[in-house]
Design a protein around this ligand. Structure first.
Ligand code: PLP
Length: 405
């Protein structure tokens, strides 16, 4: 059974007030709050078991290494990856996308080679490709979404031409909440022999992910949106692609031998994890994944579907609110604008009422341009949100309409 009150009870921050009213946290798309088990694990890791990993033979280093390395298996289970050896631990999706750009794409791509992107992408899955465009003449090929925010998988497949070397798409838009049919895109791309990189930063938060069923080649997740610490994350890389990766950053831990004249590298995934990693953030990330898996991703998705339906009905009933993104099956992420009020002003008024939303361009400027909006407010729901909080949001928006409408 899913008991939202019991879930909320596990988040100390949800008990606090903001500006004299109980906090309504609707900025989960930017970063989620952390349950007590994650906070406790961080305290234990630093307070009892801390040492560097992979380096020492002493007890604390062994404890730390075992806890850190144990996270690989948790990520593999969370994503249903075939092997934990295909999991690279990192600081989050921005690092993951840059790693794929430099470690996999850069050595293989020639000037004129194409990367197919959707207009739904976050800057983390755009700017690394622009850097390759600037440095080595790679061409970015864009696929637009429909006005409701949905993305036609066939349009992505049709954009793949003879020079396309990679398709890079999000699983779930952080702005519109659109769920992208990654399985269909991967099937079509595979037939054309083109690998698919998936930004799962939002997707893995809101639905069960099975990378084998999706059929993609890379799937990146980020710890801080998965109720874990910031500065943690992972990317699953299919075995065939992993064999094609070149070292990304050089330093300790990613080598086998170093002499004055030469270097040999550790096998993957270690080859892709240079230097002292985010040891404790990664350990906390593992605890957060266990916590989510204990609740059950299907139960989390069902709870959030209820919130989505209720919020869609209530927000849809405000005829002075323009919702951006109404694609069928979307997640509980709502971006909106209001005539006469800037997104920043709406956010400020809501904050006075203890309601946290995000305002701005959401690191998705090409999408904002495509939608024809300068900035939006975004209310993004998570596992601990309630229908009463949807009502609080609507009350706050009605106040904005009174003030600015
Ligand atoms: N991709 C999407 C869809 C996101 O929403 C975000 C975070 O806002 C990122 C990538 C960046 O992830 P990270 O914060 O781990 O670098």
């Amino acid at each position: 059974m899913f008991d939202v009150a019991a879930i909320r009870d596990q988040f100390p921050i949800l008990k606090r007030e903001v500006n004299g009213t109980p906090l309504v946290y609707l900025d989960n798309g930017a970063s989620a709050q952390k349950p007590q088990v994650v906070l406790d694990r961080i305290m234990q890791a630093y307070g009892q078991d801390y040492a560097n990993v992979h380096r020492g033979l002493h007890t604390l280093s062994t404890l730390s290494t075992e806890a850190y390395e144990g996270v690989r298996g948790k990520v593999a289970r969370f994503l249903n990856a075939p092997s934990e050896e295909e999991i690279v631990l990192n600081s989050g999706t921005t690092e993951a996308m840059n790693m794929v750009a430099y470690s996999w794409a850069a050595p293989r791509l020639q000037p004129g080679d194409e990367i197919v992107l959707s207009v739904l992408e976050h800057h983390a899955n755009i700017v690394p490709w622009h850097l390759l465009r600037e440095r080595q003449g790679v061409v970015l090929k864009w696929v637009d979404c429909a006005p409701d925010g949905s993305l036609d998988p066939q349009a992505v497949i049709d954009a793949i031409g003879p020079k396309t070397k990679l398709v890079a798409v999000t699983h779930l838009s952080n702005v519109t909440g659109t769920v992208v049919d990654v399985a269909a895109i991967s099937r079509g791309a595979r037939e054309k022999g083109v690998p698919v990189l998936v930004d799962g930063s939002q997707g893995a938060v809101h639905m069960a992910v099975d990378v084998q069923a999706l059929g993609c080649d890379f799937y990146a997740v980020t710890g801080h949106k998965l109720y874990g610490p910031s500065g943690s994350g992972a990317i699953w890389i299919a075995k065939e692609r992993l064999a094609e990766m070149r070292p990304f950053m050089g330093g300790g831990d990613m080598i086998d031998t170093v002499t004055r004249d030469a270097v040999t590298y550790a096998p993957t995934p270690m080859m892709l994890e240079a230097g002292t990693p985010g040891i404790v953030s990664t350990i906390g990330f593992g605890t957060a994944l266990d916590w989510m898996m204990d609740i059950g991703m299907d139960k989390i998705a069902a709870h959030e579907a209820g919130l989505r339906d209720y919020a869609a009905e209530r927000l849809g009933g405000l005829n002075w609110l323009q919702l951006q993104g109404t694609a069928p099956g979307k997640a509980a992420i709502f971006s909106f604008t209001m005539a006469g009020a800037h997104a920043h002003d709406i956010s400020t008024v809501l904050d006075r009422k203890g309601i946290a939303v995000r305002a701005g361009t959401h690191c998705a400027m090409p999408l904002m341009e495509h939608l024809g909006v300068g900035a939006t407010c975004r209310a993004s729901f998570g596992v601990y949100n309630t229908v009463e909080e949807v009502d609080r949001l609507v009350e706050g928006l009605e106040l904005c309409q009174d003030l600015f409408g």
